[in-house]
Design a protein around this ligand. Structure first.
Ligand SMILES: Cc1cc2nc3c(=O)[nH]c(=O)nc-3n(C[C@H](O)[C@H](O)[C@H](O)COP(=O)(O)OP(=O)(O)OC[C@H]3O[C@@H](n4cnc5c(N)ncnc54)[C@H](O)[C@@H]3O)c2cc1C
Length: 471
């Protein structure tokens, strides 16, 4: 009776899971496995918030498997060694997985593949996280894209991707000895700061499906406008679920297409702007795959000459803690600390403030996001930070410095978002809320900090530094 191992990683779902589907179709016994190997993620082992998510997502996956007379076998340590032990224990002749695209994961998977094949084990890798594999889209000259719009035009023409796969029927499993309890992976924080995360999120495939349903019922109909308003639930909030592969872009696309075709003309959602955002996610993976040094190196080498300010731990700490004295920046950083997530527009504003007004290197911000975001994702985070700093592919022009006051007036005109995250200013009149420094006495009374920099002067210093390299 043939046995296969299915190695779960960033594909923590049962439906539309090509590796699981192929293994179940071809083998009488299938053992779902997760090997916790943070050392194999190079310089980017999961941060605190994503470890929290991973714990709960693995629990949800195991629960789903057990309801289908299967289960998730947990190990930790060297992946190759763990797989070899399991092959010896089960007699498995094949290993299946879905691909990852981070440079360290690609290097590890390449080694795994050759070592396992070398001992006569069949290895099957599948694409599950993207509409299109990064190497399937190329310019007319066969080069990777560096600009989003033509990339998106090419990718859009290839959609819809193949229909999502249904959940497979799981064949029997017999769990071998040596499996660990989930708690042994030590993913949860020892000092429990994670109450806010639990309040906001339900990791796992069911939680992802529920959020998609909520989005399809409501926010998708006004996404083009609502996506920019941080006080609203105007976006899908699916990013951590996508990162962990609890839902696939194919499933999202199929659900939204069905919705659009079923709706009457008046209620037909315009799904294009939403698909385009998923297109940015694909582009980020395309960039990371083709330019694997970009998590630590500027995409645009000219920025090597930019005169960043010297690292300033005190300034960085004020930014991290949401104590800069600039309300929209502080609201965003506190939302992040409490919930593990931040609205996209606010991410751009806090990143612009750090890299331009404070002139701190974008990597300080990227590292903090890496540790605190539940959706921390090497491809999206790298592209987001480089885009804002101006050194990325198709980046915002260097002279764009977001003005947090203008942005707050435009995208949070009633101050609901600011009041929610800044209790010191919750009952302040709107004018004070947007520019509290205009009444320092009130700010002192309320315990809200004075601004750490003056916005216009710090903007000018950034422009001067950028102008030097633009020349
Ligand atoms: C400085 C900075 C850092 C970022 N770091 C991350 C990160 O670590 N992980 C992450 O998933 N996203 C990151 N983003 C992109 C974006 O902010 C989030 O994907 C988005 O806010 C997630 O919310 P949502 O799921 O409601 O998005 P929606 O608006 O509902 O969009 C749907 C999906 O499209 C993708 N998407 C949307 N916008 C972008 C974008 N600009 N770039 C890439 N993919 C996008 C996400 O997977 C998202 O879940 C970053 C953006 C910036 C400016």
């Amino acid at each position: 009776m043939s046995t296969a191992l299915v190695l779960f990683r960033r594909d923590l779902r049962l439906a539309d899971n090509p590796a699981l589907d192929a293994a179940c179709a071809a083998h009488a016994q299938v053992l779902p496995v997760y090997v916790h190997a943070p050392d194999e993620d190079g310089a980017w082992p999961a941060g605190a918030a994503t470890r929290w998510w991973l714990h709960h997502s693995l629990a949800a996956l195991d629960h789903g498997l057990r309801r289908r007379q299967s289960g998730l076998h947990l190990r930790q340590g060297d992946t190759l060694q763990a797989l070899r032990q399991l092959i010896a224990l089960t007699g498995a002749g094949a290993v299946y997985w879905n691909r990852r695209y981070e440079p360290a994961a690609i290097a590890r998977d390449t080694q795994l593949k050759s070592a396992l094949r070398g001992q006569g084990i069949a290895v099957h890798s599948h694409g599950a996280a993207l509409w299109c594999e990064p190497w399937q889209i190329a310019t007319g000259q066969g080069q990777p894209y560096r600009v989003f719009t033509p990339y998106w035009r090419k990718l859009r023409a290839q959609l819809p991707a193949p229909a999502p796969l249904p959940e497979p029927v799981l064949p029997g499993w017999r769990e071998p000895a040596g499996g660990l309890p989930l708690s042994a992976l030590g993913l949860l924080p020892r000092v429990r700061w994670d109450g806010g995360l639990a309040q906001h999120w339900s990791p796992g495939e069911a939680g992802a499906a529920e959020l998609l349903q909520i989005f399809a019922d409501d926010a998708v109909h006004d996404y083009a406008r609502g996506r920019d308003l941080p006080a609203r639930h105007g976006t899908s909030r699916l990013s951590p679920h996508l990162h962990f592969g609890e839902i696939s872009p194919r499933q999202i696309h199929a659900r939204l297409e069905r919705l659009a075709s079923q709706a009457d003309a008046a209620r037909r959602p315009d799904i294009e702007p939403y698909l385009r955002e998923l297109g940015w996610r694909e582009f980020a993976h395309h960039l990371l795959y083709h330019f694997p040094a970009t998590p630590t190196e500027n995409f645009n080498p000219r920025f090597g000459a930019l005169a960043w300010a010297a690292p300033d731990p005190a300034a960085l700490a004020r930014w991290q803690q949401g104590r800069t004295g600039i309300p929209l920046v502080d609201a965003g950083m506190r939302e992040l600390w409490h919930s593990g997530w931040m609205h996209n527009r606010v991410r751009m504003i806090v990143a612009s403030f750090l890299t331009k007004n404070l002139r701190q290197h974008w990597q300080h911000g990227a590292r903090w996001f890496w540790d605190t975001l539940v959706d921390a994702d090497l491809a999206n985070n790298t592209m987001g930070w480089q885009w804002v700093a101006g050194c990325g592919a198709d980046a915002a022009p260097y002279f764009r410095v977001f003005n947090p006051v203008t942005q707050a007036r435009r995208f949070d005109p009633d101050g609901h978002y600011l009041r929610r995250w800044l209790p010191e200013l919750a009952d302040a009149p709107l004018a004070l809320l947007h520019e509290p420094w205009k009444d320092p006495a009130q700010c002192r009374r309320r315990g809200y900090p004075a601004p750490m920099v003056e916005l216009a002067a710090s903007r000018q210093r950034a422009l001067d530094a950028y102008a030097a390299i633009a020349r």
